[in-house]
Design a protein around this ligand. Structure first.
Ligand SMILES: C[S@@+](CC[C@H](N)C(=O)[O-])C[C@H]1O[C@@H](n2cnc3c(N)ncnc32)[C@H](O)[C@@H]1O
Length: 232
């Protein structure tokens, strides 16, 4: 559906069905920009991560959640609608992507969500000034191998500052040659894979959207390695 105020925008709706922990369904609207740039529309990984957030809503209620590389911010918007205090971020050098974060909040009546420019790999004053975090979200942030390490530098910085926090991320397999395993080891991070069927994301259609299709997507929970050892 295109937006009457701006013909360059199209509103896409996602409906998350009621599940064990919830008594109702949730519909969110995400304005997509008719532009082929990254960060302008919802990626298949975002629907999978948003479904995970939806099924974990009891864990994030009244907690602080940061989304990295949010673009049009479907997972962050779902987190905010589930009662989390959400901070959305995208590259500080991509103001149009930051506008998309704000537009998605407006489309869903979310007023308390802050939007900050955070460029992966940069320890900026805005990164240092972030409040205590409980969950960090990243949907399809591992899409360009040259950025993989910068994403993990930022994640590692945040997880060491917030030792109880977890990084929830979805990864789309685009090449068998790509892997973050060595970088996870280098940055002393632990990774647990969550099977998609454990949270109702195994089908080609999620949240009444056909976007996931036949893409191979993985859901990972990443923590600081020392924290993981302490938990055992
Ligand atoms: C493949 S898109 C995914 C967008 C969104 N998370 C989703 O899944 O729909 C990658 C996102 O990372 C952002 N990005 C790219 N380079 C970045 C950087 N160096 N620092 C922070 N964000 C970046 C892009 O602007 C874009 O929003």
């Amino acid at each position: 559906m295109s937006s009457p105020e701006n013909p360059d925008l199209a509103l896409k709706e996602f409906t998350f069905e009621e599940n064990k922990g919830t008594l109702h369904s949730l519909t969110v609207s995400i304005p997509e920009v008719l532009d082929p740039q990254y960060g302008m529309y919802v990626w298949p990984c975002a629907v999978v991560l948003a479904q995970y957030v939806w099924t974990q809503q009891e864990k994030i209620q009244h907690k602080t959640v940061l989304e990295l590389g949010a673009g049009v911010s479907l997972p962050g918007v779902v987190a905010a609608r589930c009662g989390a205090a959400v901070i959305l971020s995208d590259s500080a050098e991509l103001p149009r992507c930051l506008d998309n974060c704000r537009r998605s909040c407006e489309a869903n009546g979310l007023r308390g969500v802050s939007v900050v420019g955070l460029t992966w790999g940069e320890v900026s004053p805005d990164l240092i000034a972030l409040p205590l975090l409980h969950v960090i979200l990243g949907s399809d942030v591992f899409y360009e191998p040259e950025d993989f390490e910068n994403v993990l530098v930022t994640v590692s910085f945040l997880l060491r500052k917030n030792p109880e926090a977890q990084f929830w991320t979805t990864y789309q397999e685009r090449s068998g040659d790509w892997s973050i395993e060595a970088l996870l080891h280098k940055w002393r991070l632990s990774c647990r894979f969550v099977p998609l069927d454990a949270f109702g994301a195994q089908g080609s259609q999620i949240a009444r959207s056909a976007l996931p299709g036949s893409h191979t997507i993985q859901m990972m929970v990443i923590t600081a390695r020392e924290t993981e050892q302490l938990r055992k």
